[in-house]
Structure formats: C-alpha cells, structure tokens
Design a protein around this ligand. Structure first.
Ligand code: ZN
Length: 241
C-alpha cells in the first residue's frame, strides 16, 4: 500500500491538482489530508469538493475550524483575517458544516494524523524544533504520526535516549523509535521552495519519501489578484514563504 499524505492545501487548486497527478503517477492507492484545506488562496470551494469526494481520512486544521465556525477574526493578523472572511463567503453552508465536523486526531492503519500536535491539538502549537516536538511524543502511542501546520517539511525522531531532527528526505522507519513527520504544505510552502510538498508512505517497506512538485504558479497567483485577496498572498506563494 502506497499512501500519499498531504497537508495545508490552502485553496491552491493548481498545486493540489499537480500533487494528485504526481501521486497517481507514483502509484499511490490511498490518500490522507492533514488539514487546512481552505484559507489564503483563491479556490476554497473547488479544493474542498475534491477532498470531500475523495473520501479519504482528513483532520481539521485551524483555517478549517475558522471557516467552518463563526469564530471571531478580531485577534487574527489582518491579512489572514481578510482571507478568512473572503473564504467564508465562498463556501456554502453545507461545505462549512463539512469543515466544522472534521475530527482533530485520527488513527489510520498503524499511524496517527493530526494538524498540529497530539498533546494539545486545539492549541495549534507550531513545532519548529526538537524541543517543541518533545511534548507531542509523550502523547504519541503509534510509531509514526504525520502532521502539518508549519508548512515546512520536517522529521523528528525519538529513540530511547533523545529527540532529534533529521533532514526531510527519504527515511526508513526503524523498530523501537517514534517518528513525528511534517509533510510540508501543498498550497503555501514556507521553507523557501515554492514547489508543492507532500510525502508518500510505503507501508510494506516502511519507507517515507518526500516529494516537491512544480505547478502552474502564475495561474494560482493571478486568481488571488483577480479575487481581490491581499497581494502579499500571491507574492508569498512565489517565494515559498
Ligand atoms: Zn496552514
């Protein structure tokens, strides 16, 4: 079984299409979405419908929560708040209900999935270094857990002695260790590389491969501008920031 695992699509239809095409070419037969289907970019409705129709396991991201519910946007940074308000207006009540009903944590096969962390999934903590990862590992029962949220692909490994970070490259899962793996972002990468990021988990060999996929960036950027969304959102997907 080869599972394509992806996160933080953020309404980038061009990036999502390119990732799904690549996953098919790579013979993936299952799919998992780690949340933040919507927010920031210009195609929330189309991206949501694609993920919903796929019927794959999905966990809730903070943007999914903010768009699914009528939470106050006052405390949010103005660019994110403007994009969220716009996104809410693009979605039907039924689509918003689907977002609101997504679960925070799920168990799939022998691994778990969450948008941010297992210790406090509703606090939306960012895991940017091995110290941030320690609390998650205390709640991680399964050998492997996939997450997103920071938009940066990362691998954290806990063995008997310590927690360490490994480069986000191909990795073989070893017995006796635990892995907390960020697959990066499909629609708004923030590691300086604009290409869509996702990972493939080969269950029979216990290997995980990270992939970076080029997509039609210009179209995605033009749609953001045409929608009247903040210009900085078009700029940042070109920079991978
Ligand atoms: Zn996100």
């Amino acid at each position: 079984m080869r599972i394509a695992i992806f996160s933080d699509i953020h309404a980038n239809l061009e990036a999502l299409g390119a990732v799904l095409a690549d996953a098919k070419e790579q013979n993936c037969d299952n799919y998992i979405c780690l949340g933040d289907v919507v927010g920031y970019n210009a195609d929330p409705s189309a991206c949501l419908d694609i993920i919903r129709e796929m019927g794959c396991p999905v966990v809730k991201g903070n943007h999914d929560m903010d768009c699914g519910h009528d939470t106050s946007l006052e405390m949010m940074n103005p660019v994110a708040a403007e994009a969220l308000q716009w996104t809410r207006e693009q979605l039907t009540p039924d689509q918003r209900k689907w977002l609101a009903r997504l679960r925070m944590v799920r168990q799939v096969q022998d691994f778990s999935i969450v948008h941010s962390t297992l210790d406090q999934p509703t606090s939306w903590n960012y895991v940017t270094n091995k110290f941030d990862a320690i609390a998650n590992f205390t709640y991680q029962v399964s050998p492997v857990c996939f997450h997103g949220h920071t938009h940066v692909p990362r691998i954290f490994i806990r063995d008997q002695k310590q927690v360490k970070e490994a480069p986000a490259e191909s990795i073989q899962i070893e017995e006796g260790k635990k892995y907390f793996i960020n697959t990066g972002s499909v629609g708004q990468p923030r590691d300086g590389d604009w290409r869509a990021s996702y990972a493939i988990y080969e269950l029979t060999t216990h290997t995980i491969n990270f992939r970076r996929i080029e997509y039609d960036l210009e179209t995605a950027q033009q749609k953001i501008l045409d929608a009247g969304l903040p210009e900085s959102l078009a700029e940042r997907i070109g920079l991978g920031m």
